[in-house]
Ligand binder design. Structure first.
Ligand code: GDP
Length: 457
């Protein structure tokens, strides 16, 4: 790129250090004007760090004492000349250095522009670039691990291996198209169908991995039901005490509203309507049965709490009705003051759902709850699965499109339609996959993707 871009790459607020990042053709010229290294005579070398002062060249005032890392093109994140100025992490200092760079010819980077340059300059492909943002936004260990896999190009390798299979089929078809006189259609068609079926299965497998990937990316959408005083808040507190901290999204980041997450074994439970639990006694009472049903339908998991110190009541029955055909775990609370001959237990037994007894107050049985949840969602399997998982909606949609085209191709070949018709579908599938790695992708899509990034990345 012709222009040189600059941004503050570290988060807002005071911190030990702050980093101002600059990339582009004139990066070192601009730096030269504002940075006085202690060791003046050494040449610029990549992968080195210099110590010195950032100054205001107009009056030679020292703005800060800094360390500057140098990356010489093409050996940098963007493949351009780059530097990173490590300053003291105060907003004023960082802003003044940024302004200095802008005054001497740099332009303010757009969100994600460094990564976009890395993509446009061919250092990473589009799927890898998207993994960068996924990594930054990760809310659980597993999600971060999947993003790293993506960043290392594991998804891209998988897509390329499927592309290769498709290209092989295309080559066979082209031969038939170019030399029709050599063709034995019956046999060739059968072979083509077998190959296309194999490709369809590979795409199918990737598409299915999205459900597991989604669990990792979005967390398990969880709602907690229980009548007033059954122990919902106590359970939440017990969970918090277990050091599986609830993470709240900060407003104005990637999501619209504040959401809360609990981490279990590296996967997050995304709690729906925790505010409802905290502010009022009973969410069913507050929001009504209809809304509760709606919440139940929208969630991946219901945690239903029953109070064993009481007998079955109307509200419990209501909850039992709602969770009957849903993915639910039953928590029988207050075992420490359980009533004998409890009618709740009898009813619950009929539901045949995973059930545990706890005392939220005494914080007993919480580990058992985690173990059950882990089993329900096969979290260990997800962790030990070394296959590539699709976690990105855009990738999934492209895979579905490619699969649909392959199915149309199989149909066309199977029906002995002219081979050039099936070749259109197969080529289309290849293009659909190319959009994942960015081999053929429109500028609109690229812009849309990089808009999701934060400033300075
Ligand atoms: P919520 O209305 O469902 O959120 O219920 P709370 O968590 O506020 O609990 C209601 C009352 O039951 C409080 O006084 C708690 O201390 C008490 N409680 C909750 N869990 C237990 C338990 O396991 N054992 C006993 N003995 N009391 C509990």
């Amino acid at each position: 790129m012709e222009n040189t871009i600059v941004a503050i790459s570290t988060g807002a607020g005071n911190s030990g250090i702050g980093i101002i990042r600059m990339s582009g053709k004139n990066c070192f010229e601009i730096l030269n004007k504002i940075f006085i290294p202690k060791n003046k005579d050494s040449k610029i070398k990549g992968y080195t760090i210099k110590y010195g002062n950032i100054i205001n060249p107009k009056n030679n005032e020292i703005i800060d004492e800094v360390l500057v890392s140098y990356f010489v093109s093409p050996h940098s994140f963007t493949r351009e000349n780059m530097c990173e100025i490590n300053t003291h992490g105060g907003m004023i200092v960082e802003r003044r250095i940024l302004e200095n760079c802008l005054n001497y010819g740099a332009e303010l980077a757009e969100p994600g522009e460094f990564t976009k340059r890395a993509f446009l300059n061919g250092r990473i492909d589009l799927a890898q670039a998207e993994s960068v943002i996924d990594l930054i936004n990760s809310k659980s260990k597993k999600e971060a691990q999947e993003s790293i896999k993506g960043l290392q190009g594991k998804l891209s390798e998988k897509i390329e291996s499927i592309e290769k299979e498709i290209t092989d089929v295309m080559v066979n078809i082209e031969v038939i198209l170019d030399y029709p006189e050599y063709d034995v259609p019956e046999i060739t068609n059968k072979e083509t169908v077998i190959k296309l079926e194999k490709i369809k299965n590979m795409l199918d497998e990737l598409e299915k991995s999205f459900d597991r990937g989604k669990l990792i990316r979005d967390g398990i959408k969880t709602v907690i039901f229980g009548k007033p005083n059954s122990g919902k808040s106590s359970l939440l507190n017990a969970i918090l005490d277990e050091d599986r901290a609830i993470v709240s999204d900060i407003e104005g980041t990637t999501r619209d509203s504040i959401e809360e997450y609990i981490n279990i074994d590296g996967i997050s439970l995304k709690l729906i309507d925790t505010a409802g639990i905290r502010e009022t006694d009973n969410i069913i009472e507050k929001i009504g049965v209809e809304k509760s049903k709606k919440l139940a339908n929208e969630s991946d998991l219901i945690i239903a709490i029953f109070d064993l110190s009481k007998q079955l009541e109307k509200e419990d029955e209501e909850i039992i009705k709602i969770i009957k055909d849903k993915n639910a775990i039953i928590v029988l609370n207050k075992v420490d003051i359980k009533q004998k001959e409890n009618t709740i237990e009898k009813e619950i037994l009929k539901l045949c759902k995973p059930t545990i007894k706890i005392s939220a107050l005494k914080k007993e049985g919480i580990d058992e709850l985690y173990k059950k949840l882990s089993e329900m969602f096969k979290i260990n399997d997800i962790f030990n699965d070394n296959n590539v998982l699709i976690t990105n909606e855009r990738h999934k949609n492209q895979i579905i499109k490619a699969k649909e085209n392959i199915i149309k191709g199989i149909d066309a070949v199977g029906k002995n339609m002219p081979i050039d018709i099936s070749s259109i579908y197969i080529k289309q599938a290849l293009e659909n996959l190319g959009e994942i790695t960015g081999k053929n992708v429109t500028e609109d899509i690229i812009n849309e993707i990089f808009k999701r990034f934060c400033l300075g990345k």
